[in-house]
Design a protein around this ligand. Structure first.
Ligand SMILES: *Cc1c(COP(=O)(O)O)cnc(C)c1O
Length: 223
């Protein structure tokens, strides 16, 4: 079996049926995605709009594309016509821009609210208090083209499992706190990457985003 197909089936086998696996293909060429597609995988995550559009153009239209990286408002229009989910919604301005661009395309776009729990200040995402105030203002009630499906978060980059577990538990707590505002459609807790996805699942993740364990190390110099 090809290496990518082999990695996919090993990771899939380690996950409960109910957990969605996002294959994070950023920086990897379209041929690598094609291999995963041929092995039956359909859900891919990218972190740059330009790269995402280029891959969308050349790859099968059955692919479900998720935007997982920081997104500038002026780039939303490029991905709005086809993106399935935007996981990195970290500001009111971004949510409102997605509403506007989705309406222009006559689409409803699923989003996740990205919450900042990691120790690194550099990582993006809402602070819970700030997000709760925004949600309390009922702003999403006037966004018919945006469907809030849950939250996304990234744990602190560390080998200390107890720190990672604390971050994931905090994300789970945020998820449960926000769920009553949105109801049953708020069903997605996206957390866990190559080095910590099993721990994330233990902590209640429903969606893991795995890149290097499927496609190998990323080579940013190739871009
Ligand atoms: C790159 C990326 C991933 C995947 O990271 P790996 O360590 O390669 O599995 C997951 N989530 C986000 C937001 C990313 O940017």
């Amino acid at each position: 079996m090809l290496e990518i197909a082999c990695n996919l089936s090993r990771i899939r086998a380690s996950l409960p049926e109910s957990v969605t696996l996002i294959a994070v293909s950023k920086t990897h060429p379209a041929e690598a995605i094609r291999q995963a597609f041929d092995a039956g995988h359909r859900i891919f995550g990218e972190s740059r709009p330009q790269e995402l559009c280029a891959k969308y153009e050349v790859l099968p239209k059955q692919i479900e594309w998720h935007m997982i990286g920081h997104l500038q408002t002026n780039k939303v229009k490029y991905i709005a016509p086809f993106v399935r989910m935007i996981q990195s919604v970290d500001s009111a301005r971004l949510a409102e821009t997605i509403q506007r661009e989705a309406a222009k395309c006559g689409r409803i776009i699923d989003i996740l609210l990205e919450i900042h729990v990691a120790q690194e200040e550099t990582k993006s995402g809402w602070e819970l208090g700030e997000l709760k105030r925004y949600v309390d203002s009922a702003a999403f009630a006037s966004m018919p083209n945006v469907r809030v499906r849950g939250i996304m978060g990234i744990a602190t980059h560390t080998d200390d499992r107890s720190v990672i577990r604390r971050d994931f538990s905090e994300l789970k707590r945020c998820f449960e706190l926000l769920q009553p505002y949105f109801g049953a459609r708020f069903d997605t807790l996206s957390m866990g990457m190559s080095h910590d996805y099993l721990l994330a699942v233990e902590c209640g993740s429903t969606m893991v985003r795995v890149g290097s364990s499927i496609f190998g190390k990323r080579d940013y110099s190739r871009q």
